[in-house]
Design a protein around this ligand. Structure first.
Ligand SMILES: Cc1cc2nc3c(=O)[nH]c(=O)nc-3n(C[C@H](O)[C@H](O)[C@H](O)COP(=O)(O)OP(=O)(O)OC[C@H]3O[C@@H](n4cnc5c(N)ncnc54)[C@H](O)[C@@H]3O)c2cc1C
Length: 378
C-alpha cells in the first residue's frame, strides 16, 4: 500500500494519520476535510468555549511542532467513493487515486432553521452561538441530551434565563436509563434551569428572528435564542453507490473493516454490524482509528475497549463506561445521588455491564478498569 486517503479531518481522521505513521506506514497520506479549520477539539465547544473560558487556539488538536508528513486538503469535500474503493472524488472536480481509504466523516447536527436558532457541532456553530448568547436574556434549549444539557449549563453560568424542553420523560434516558436520567434531571433544577420533560415542541415563533417556542399544549416560551440539541446524523451520503453497507452509519466489524477491500471506517460515522447505535464519543474517535488502520494495513487489530464517555454539566462530571441495556439493574455502590456524587453499577444477571460516575473520577476509573477485565460484547 503506497497511498492512503483519510476522509474527514477531525479527531478520528487525525488519529488515523497518527496511527498510520506509528504503524510504520511510510507512503503518501492525504487528509480531506470539509471544514476550513485544522483539526480541533469539539467537547469544549459546549463548555468552556461558550463561557469564554478557552479560545480557538486552545482547541487545536495538532501540535505546532508535529509533522506527520501528510497532505492536508482542508475546505474540500469528498463527493463520491468509487465502487472499487480506489478513487475519491472531490468537490473541486479532482479525483484522487489511492490504495487505501479511511472514512472518518463523523456526523452533523440535526438542524432546525431560522435566525436566532442554533445547533452546535462545529467551531463556526459555537462562535455564532457564543455571539448570540452575549446579546440574549432568555434561552430555550430543545433536547436535554448531552449537548442540550451542557449548553443549558453554560448559558446559565452566563446568567441567562434558561428553559430546557425534552420530549422524553427523563433526560439521557437512552444512554443512562430512566432512573439515572432522573438524577440528571435534578441537576438542571439545582441550578435554576427550568426542565420540561415529556413535552413536545409544536413550532418556533417569530418573523425576522426567533421570538419564542410554542409547545404542543399551546404554551408559549419567549426566547431570544433557541438551541436545538436533537441529535446527529452521520455524514455518509457521499458514499451512495460505493457498495458499502450504510445503516445508520457505515457498517463495519469491530475492527473497522467495511467489507470493501482497502476501505475502513471509524469514529462517529461508523456503526458496528448488529449494533443499533454509533459510538459517538471522543475516546472512541481517538482510540478506534488505530484499530481501523491496523485492519487497513492487514495487521491484527487490538480489540476495542468498552465504550466510554464523559459530560460536564453544572460543575459536575458525569462518566459512563460499558454497555447498558433496558432491564439492567442499577445499584448505587458509593455516594448518594441526592448529593450529586455517587457511583452506580449496571448489572445484568448479577454481572456488571456498565458503570456511571457522578463527580467520582477516581472511583470511576477503578471500576472502569474492573469492567474492562470482564469480557464485553462489541
Ligand atoms: C459540542 C460537542 C461536545 C462534545 N462533548 C463531548 C464530551 O464531553 N464527551 C465525549 O465523549 N464526546 C463529546 N463529543 C463527541 C466528540 O466530539 C465526537 O465523538 C468526535 O468529535 C467524533 O470525531 P470524528 O472525527 O469521528 O467526527 P467529527 O468530529 O464529526 O468530524 C468529522 C469531520 O469530517 C468532515 N466531513 C464530513 N463529511 C465530509 C466529506 N464528505 N468530505 C470531507 N470531510 C467531511 C466534517 O466536516 C468534520 O470536520 C462532543 C461533540 C460535540 C459536537
Amino acid at each position: 500500500m503506497e497511498k492512503v486517503a483519510i476522509v474527514g479531518a477531525s479527531l478520528a481522521g487525525l488519529a488515523a494519520a497518527r496511527a498510520l505513521r506509528r504503524q510504520s506506514f511510510a507512503g503518501e497520506i492525504i487528509v480531506i476535510g470539509a471544514e476550513h479549520h485544522a483539526p480541533y477539539d469539539r467537547p469544549p465547544l459546549s463548555k468552556d468555549f461558550l463561557t469564554g473560558g478557552c479560545s480557538v487556539a486552545d482547541l487545536a488538536l495538532v501540535d505546532d511542532d508535529e509533522d506527520l508528513g501528510v497532505r492536508w486538503r482542508l475546505g474540500t469535500t469528498a463527493t463520491r467513493l468509487d465502487p472499487a474503493g480506489r478513487g475519491v472524488h472531490l468537490d473541486t472536480g479532482d479525483e484522487i487515486r489511492v490504495d487505501g481509504v479511511v472514512i472518518a466523516t463523523g456526523a452533523r447536527a440535526r438542524k432546525l432553521g431560522g435566525a436566532g436558532v442554533h445547533t452546535l457541532r462545529t467551531l463556526d456553530d459555537a462562535v455564532a452561538l457564543r455571539d448570540d448568547l452575549r446579546r440574549a436574556g432568555r434561552v430555550v434549549v430543545i433536547g436535554a441530551g448531552f449537548i442540550g444539557a451542557e449548553v443549558a449549563s453554560s448559558a446559565r453560568s452566563l446568567g441567562l434565563d434558561v428553559t430546557v424542553v425534552e420530549a422524553l420523560p427523563a433526560p439521557l434516558a437512552g444512554p443512562l436509563g430512566t432512573e439515572m436520567g432522573e438524577v440528571c434531571a435534578r441537576l438542571h433544577g439545582d441550578h435554576g434551569v427550568r426542565l420540561l420533560t415529556g413535552t413536545a415542541v409544536s413550532r418556533l415563533i417569530g418573523s425576522d428572528r426567533v421570538e419564542g417556542v410554542e409547545l404542543a399544549d399551546g404554551t408559549l416560551l419567549p426566547a431570544d435564542v433557541v438551541v436545538a440539541g436533537i441529535g446527529a446524523v452521520p455524514n455518509v451520503e457521499w458514499l451512495d453507490g460505493s457498495g458499502l453497507t450504510i445503516a445508520g452509519g457505515v457498517v463495519t466489524d469491530p475492527a473497522g473493516a467495511t467489507g470493501l477491500p482497502g476501505v475502513v471506517a471509524t469514529g462517529d460515522c461508523a456503526v458496528f454490524a448488529g449494533s443499533a447505535l454509533r459510538h459517538e464519543h471522543w475516546t472512541h474517535a481517538l482510540e478506534h482509528p488505530a484499530t481501523a488502520v491496523a485492519t487497513l494495513l492487514g495487521r491484527t487489530a487490538a480489540p476495542a475497549r468498552a465504550p466510554y464517555f464523559w459530560s460536564d454539566q453544572y460543575g459536575v462530571r458525569l462518566q459512563f463506561a460499558g454497555h447498558r441495556e433496558p432491564g439492567d439493574q442499577v445499584r448505587i455502590v458509593e455516594g448518594d445521588p441526592e448529593q450529586r456524587s455517587f457511583l452506580a453499577l449496571y448489572e445484568r444477571d448479577g454481572r456488571p455491564v456498565a458503570v456511571l460516575g457522578m463527580d467520582q473520577p477516581r472511583l470511576f476509573t477503578r471500576w472502569r478498569r474492573q469492567l474492562s477485565a470482564v469480557p464485553q460484547e462489541a
